[in-house]
Design a protein. Sequence first.
Length: 328
Amino acid sequence: MKSILSLSTLFLGLALAAAPAVGAEKAAAKGLSANPVMLHDYAVVTGNFVRLGDLFANAGDKANTNVAYAPEPGEKATFDYRWLAKTAQTHKLDWRPLSRLDQITVQRDSVAIAREEIEERILAALADKGVGSGMEAELSNRATRINLPVDAEPTLAVEDVVFDARTQRFTALVAAPAGDPKAKRHRFSGIVYRVAEVPTLNRRVLAGEMIAEKDIQWIKLRADRMQNDTIANAGDLIGRTPKQGLRPGIPVRLAEVRRPVLVPKNGLVTMTLHTPLMMLTAQGIAQEDGSEGDTIRIMNTKSRTLVEAVVTGASKAAVRTTTHVLSN
């Protein structure tokens, strides 16, 4: 009895050991991998077609079979469980969807031409339409870019452009890649506007800090969107101090800066009065902040009278001979 059981066990073990080998041989005979066929989560393709191997792992020698057109360069396409099941059945792949959630997203790889380059090329073409220097072109869709196949040259050519001088708007027909008879044509629209370069700060500057030349950076702004008092000359920033903290890269208005305070309110001031015959000095208390050249009120510490004086330096002011006493 024991010998019978031993022989049965031996034959069973041999059968189980041989089963994978037989399965592998059958799979090999069908051109399939011995490993289970599995659906990829995501795929990136470079050519015009989606292959079986892009969708499924372990597709064997059928992996290079084209099963669908690839999306446009830079675009994505999603294949759902129904289409995947039908495709697997058609090509005799041992795969079944586990649920309706089974799907795969395929993206077409691309080389991109950025919006900025498109705008530059259109602006160059607009020169023939009378659009001069100091102008820039802006596409209506700021997210625009051209995606080309990875093996294409990232070049473009403006084949036609129409410009309305009254509205400053344009439409342009652009081909990419340039010089390719099969190039795809793209139609763009946008507006042309004048730009101005204005000085801004390259760091945060706090109230009371002196703005130096090294703190200046230049940016371009649409001239029609600038505030009337936007500082356009670096000389109106250098040597000034913010009334409140200023952020970098933001246009600065004249009302936001001032000359450094040389005479603080309630600070002691040495007043001088020059005449052809003599020079008088007196001490006073400033009644308000004053920068160089400002006329401020100062109270004489002895007579307690208020006079007007021009700030000439740190804690210094000059009383003019025509200055009137304001009050006692």
